[in-house]
Every structure is written in C-alpha cells, then in structure tokens.
Design a protein around this ligand. Structure first.
Ligand code: FES
Length: 132
C-alpha cells in the first residue's frame, strides 16, 4: 500500500506518514488522518485551498486535467510541483507532500475548534474529519 508523508511545517510539528489505498486523493487521505489541508469547495476543483507541493512521487501522478490547471492558475505561490489535493490521486508510489501556506490558513478557517486548541496548546490535534 502506498503512503503519503505530509511534511513538517509551521503547524505540523513532525512529518506525518499515512498509508492509503491507490486511487484516493491527497485531500481524502489528509482528511482521514487529520493533516491540515483546506477544502473550501468540498473537493470539487472549485477553489485552490487544497493546494499542495508534491516533493516526492510527482511523476507517479496522472497528469493534470485542464480544470485543475485553470484552478491552480488562481492559487498563491504556484510552483512546478503544485497540485490540487482534491484532484491528485495516489497512483502506485509513495508521495511526500508539503502543504501550501494557503491551504494551512484555509484549514484553520474551516476548523475553528481545531485552531482554538492549536493556539492554546501549540500542538495540532490530528482529528480525522468526515468528507463530502
Ligand atoms: S478543495 Fe477546492 S479545489 Fe480542492
């Protein structure tokens, strides 16, 4: 089973590695594990709050479709390895993913309770969230 490692960042105090089935999106795996990836539009390619950088395993992913490219054009700090977490699906290889600043902010906006506890303790609680 492939895995996704969400890299340590200003919110995640250490790398978070989770195993997941092929065919699941990066966003879905994040939601199942509590990793702080935003999903304003509910995962339908309608925003860019699930923007992540794929630092390992990028070549294993299917190429972007036009609507993902169009959405990413509107994202902040887009790089060559940018993908939308709700569109990019595990495809055989392990992935290492860096969550964009845009996505971290959106995650906290969408989860005020988690933000509150994070601000009080300095530790992000990994709470699996239900998805659409
Ligand atoms: S969650 Fe909105 S584009 Fe991915």
């Amino acid at each position: 089973m492939p895995s996704i490692t969400f890299k340590k960042n200003r919110v995640l105090s250490q790398d978070l590695t989770v195993e997941a089935e092929d065919g699941l999106t990066i966003l879905r795996v994040a939601q199942d594990s509590g990793a702080p990836v935003g999903s304003n539009c509910g995962g339908v390619c309608g925003c860019s709050t699930c923007h992540v950088y794929v630092v390992k395993g990028l070549d294993s992913l299917e190429e972007m479709e036009e609507r993902e490219e169009d959405r990413l054009d509107l994202a902040f700090d887009v790089r060559l390895n940018s993908r939308l977490g709700c569109q990019a699906k595990l495809n055989g290889d392990d992935l290492v993913v860096d969550i964009s600043e845009e996505s971290l902010k959106a995650f906290f906006d969408e989860n005020p309770e988690i933000r509150k506890r994070y601000e009080a303790t300095g530790v992000l609680e990994l709470v699996p969230r239900h998805h659409h």
